[in-house]
Design a protein around this ligand. Structure first.
Ligand code: ATP
Ligand code: MG
Length: 444
């Protein structure tokens, strides 16, 4: 039993109606690796309209999302199953969109248009695994190998270059020699690919177990998709704090970070401003003052180009901007950061800084990392205990201040002042204490 009950049911319904059907692609790969699959693809020789009709007749809910691309999404037990008619792609003229999609009558042709051998297997209970290109063997050996001639395949669709790197990172696999050579030979074709599609693959790559070695081995490809990172690749850091050049430091920081796409993306961009502000003093020591502000601007440009969501752009640029502001761990005041960024982003900023430090000279960082871990605990305590760190946490609001005669800008300014006093423990957060403080101040 390598596929789930839902797939079996869909396949047997299609069979009962006289059609062939298989689980294909990623879900077969994952099943062979013993991993659950998020999305399951079924391939069939039934045409889309027919598939829709058959599923509806069996009371299976369908979303006709991609009917004209040959896809019907069936929903069983709340899981989506993408049912696609066997097809092959037509001519590629722009390394991106097949000119047309042709339906074909057999699974063999459908499998041969797929990108890598490990993604080009099909399965059903009746026929077992259909593996025309040695996918099972490559899966066993941890190899990413293009189906057919690698050079041709990357020319047809250069996004496959990013997919190769993504699978290498996520699965911890190596690219087969010819596939690897074709990745480098065709890297410039990535310029023809929509940035948002590259970005989606990049995020997955960054969260893979093997991100460090892929970002290292394929830095030439990274320089094509993020040219702003290229100067970092030759930018030394002669300071006692560092043992790597800027790019090497960056990729070790990615590796040290939690597998959260926003944090990992932050690490990839956190020091992108360093080369542009580097100075070397008369002792030969390097300095990177204001690199965080410079980096914030560059990160913004990169993320805009990738058409990242506003939320990602805002969070990542803030993290890049502030990552150096928490350099001096003894000066970090948790509630101040909470007031500025809120709980979620403060937590993230501490994680960013810990990952950053873990990619520094190991002889220098133990104190800082310990301290940051303590600060993370303090943060959770503050949040849990409900102690005030936002204006909305104060025991008074604007209306209370109006009642005692304050008006206009005075109200906001006073609330900020009160918050500051409360955060620092210099004023009790009760209505009585706050109002009497304000009244006293006005009478003096
Ligand atoms: P994931 O775990 O990310 O879903 P996946 O292998 O299922 O991995 P999808 O993007 O969902 O990847 O694609 C499903 C299948 O379609 C792949 O396994 C592969 O067979 C085929 N495929 C996807 N993109 C391409 C492409 N650009 N060129 C050729 N075949 C592709
Ligand atoms: Mg998939």
């Amino acid at each position: 039993m390598i596929i789930d009950e839902g797939s079996k049911k869909i396949i047997s319904i299609l069979n009962a109606n006289g059609y062939k059907a298989y689980a294909v692609g990623g879900c077969v790969r994952d099943a062979l690796m013993g991993k659950p699959s998020c999305d399951i693809d079924i391939a069939t020789n039934a045409l889309p309209e027919k598939t829709a009709q058959i599923m509806t007749a069996e009371n299976i809910k369908i979303a006709e999302t991609g009917l004209k691309h040959g896809t019907v999404t069936a929903v069983l037990n709340h899981n989506p199953y993408e049912i696609t008619t066997f097809r092959k792609d037509g001519d590629y003229t722009d390394c991106r969109h097949p000119e047309s999609v042709f339906f074909v009558s057999n699974i063999q042709e459908d499998l041969s248009r797929r990108d890598f051998t490990i993604n080009a297997m099909a399965y059903n209970d009746e026929e077992g695994i259909i593996d025309l290109f040695g996918g099972k063997e490559d899966l066993k050996n941890g190899v990413i190998r293009a189906v057919g001639d690698a050079d041709t395949r990357f020319n047809e669709d250069a996004l496959r270059i990013m997919r190769a790197l993504r699978f290498a990172s996520v699965l911890g696999f190596k690219l087969e020699e010819k596939t690897k050579k074709a990745v480098f030979d065709n890297k410039m074709l990535l310029k023809n690919i929509a940035n948002e599609r590259i970005f989606a693959e990049l995020l997955k790559l960054l969260c893979g177990d093997n991100a460090l070695s892929v970002l290292d081995e394929y830095r030439e490809i990274i320089a094509v998709i993020i040219p702003e990172l290229e100067p970092a690749m030759n930018c030394g850091q002669n300071t006692p704090w560092h043992i790597y050049n800027v790019y090497e430091h960056i990729i070790h920081a990615v590796d040290a970070a939690p597998k959260n796409p926003v944090i990992r993306l932050t690490m990839l961009l956190h020091d992108i401003g360093k080369p542009s502000v580097k100075t070397t003093d008369k002792n030969g020591k390097d300095h990177f003052r204001t690199h965080a502000q410079a980096g914030e601007k560059i990160a913004y440009e990169v993320l805009k180009r990738f058409k990242a969501s506003n939320e990602i752009i805002q969070t990542v640029t803030q993290m890049v901007k502030y990552h150096q502001s928490v350099e001096n761990v003894d000066d970090i005041r948790v509630k101040r950061w909470l007031a500025r960024l809120g709980a979620e982003k403060t937590r993230m900023l501490f994680d960013v800084r810990i990952a950053d430090l873990e990619a520094h000279n190991p002889a220098k960082i133990a104190y800082e990392i310990n301290k940051l871990k303590e600060l993370k605990e303090e943060l959770e305590q503050v949040v849990e205990s409900g102690e005030a760190y936002r204006i909305s946490d104060l025991a008074v609001n604007g209306n209370d201040l109006i009642k005692i005669g304050l008006q206009g800008r005075e109200i906001g300014e006073t609330l900020n002042e009160i918050l500051s006093l409360v955060i620092d423990g210099n004023l009790e957060n009760s209505k009585e204490a706050i109002l009497s403080y304000i009244i006293n101040k006005h009478n003096n």
